[in-house]
Ligand binder design. Structure first.
Ligand code: NAG
Ligand code: NAG
Ligand code: NAG
Length: 366
């Protein structure tokens, strides 16, 4: 009786330890399938991917300490890791991201960044990984579209696909990513409009969409994103007017709308907001520079160049607390350039190519 009990007990312990002390064979197999689809010729980062336990010393892999399930894949082609210093070079990899990673159902972060040569699509099955918090594949040659049902990733905080060759549109479901804090789609070929319900991304603090092929208006709903501090929509083909509500956002500090087809006036709210980097250059913005500067106006950068602004530079601009870099060149401005401390350090290049501006620092007297 007692021996049977002990026998059963030891069997139970044995099976417990064998499930919980190493990564499950199925996850090891998924990682090996992932590795097989990639080719990394210079550093040998996959040399450590051997042995039964993928949780033990496999480069870039970490597991949950309790469940021994694979939790993180963290492979960066530009890093301070000794493996890079030894090789005296940054990483380079070709191949593609195998859909086998979708079998790692406890995956929390997937970072495959700056390998420059990885091509192929982001497997749509990615959106079935319920624990995924970070998806960072910046700096590769990925093609195809952002998975249509990406919005299912309710825990996703970081979505970074910048510097790839992603096409298609911003999926409508993206606005369902209620945990998303950091969205970086820069430098791809994403087309279509910014979804009207973009403002549902209530946790978003950085929205970086520059260098794509986005068209249509800037959705008014963006101004509902209370935590948004950095909005970069530059170098697209956005049109319509700048929503005045952008100037009333609580923490918006950087607003880059340069290099689009935006028309209409500059909302006065932008001038007396908390925005400190404002680039509206190279659009079709018209009307006057709002006479709305005051002590709240603190600009590291205010670039209004290459638009259709006319009239005078408003006198109130002298009341701004700080204007580090101002550029109003290539417009149709006229009249005397105001004097005052925010201006004293500016050079003529900030004011050239207007209709009839005069006074310091231009050589033309009034
Ligand atoms: C944009 O991405 C391409 C790769 O798709 C890269 O070669 C290029 O340097 C990137 N440009 C910028 C300005 O980041
Ligand atoms: C967003 O989530 C809601 C609620 O879960 C769902 O009804 C809707 O279909 C989702 N939208 C998209 C475009 O996936
Ligand atoms: C503003 O945007 C324009 C056009 O994209 C760019 O050339 C310029 O360098 C930007 N200005 C500043 C101060 O960064």
């Amino acid at each position: 009786m007692a021996t049977t009990f002990l026998y059963i007990l030891s069997l139970t312990l044995l099976s417990l330890t064998s499930v919980s002390n190493a990564c499950p064979p199925s996850e090891r197999a998924a990682l090996l399938a992932f590795k097989a689809a990639l080719h990394e010729p210079y550093l040998g980062i996959f040399n450590s991917w051997k042995g039964a336990d993928c949780c033990q010393n496999w480069y870039g892999i970490s597991c949950d300490p309790e469940t021994y399930r694979v939790a993180d894949i963290n492979l960066r082609g530009e890093s301070e890791d000794p493996i890079f210093e030894k090789a005296h070079r940054t990483g380079y990899m070709t191949g593609s991201i195998s859909p086998a990673i979708c079998r790692l159902t406890r995956l929390s972060s997937l970072t495959i960044a700056d390998w420059k040569g990885i091509s192929g699509p982001i497997a749509p099955c990615i959106s079935s990984l319920p624990f995924l918090r970070i998806l960072d594949v910046i700096g590769n040659k990925l093609t195809g579209e952002i998975p249509a049902d990406i919005g299912r990733l309710s825990r996703l905080t970081v979505l970074n696909v910048a510097d790839n060759q992603i096409t298609g549109t911003i999926p409508r479901s993206l606005s369902n990513l209620s945990s998303l804090m950091h969205l970086d789609l820069r430098n791809n070929s994403i087309s279509g409009t910014i979804p009207g319900n973009f403002g549902k991304l209530r946790m978003l603090s950085r929205a970086l969409l520059s260098r794509n092929k986005l068209i249509g208006p800037i959705p008014y709903s963006i101004s509902y994103i209370y935590r948004l501090s950095d909005l970069d929509l530059s170098l697209n083909q956005l049109s319509g007017q700048i929503p005045a509500s952008l100037g009333k956002m609580a923490v918006l500090a950087t607003l880059n709308l340069d290099g689009n087809l935006i028309s209409g006036p500059i909302p006065p709210t932008l001038i007396s907001s908390g925005i400190s980097i404002l680039n509206l250059s190279r659009n079709a913005i018209e009307g006057y520079i709002p006479d709305a500067f005051g002590p709240r106006s603190y600009f590291m950068v205010m670039d209004l160049s290459h638009n259709n602004l006319r009239g005078r530079i408003p006198k109130s601009i002298s009341a701004a607390t700080f204007i580090g870099h101002l550029d109003v060149s290539h417009n149709h401005l006229c009249g005397p350039i105001p004097a005052g401390s925010p201006f004293d350090h500016l050079e003529a290049s900030s004011f050239v190519y207007n209709d009839c501006l005069c006074g310091k620092p231009l050589t033309k007297r009034c």
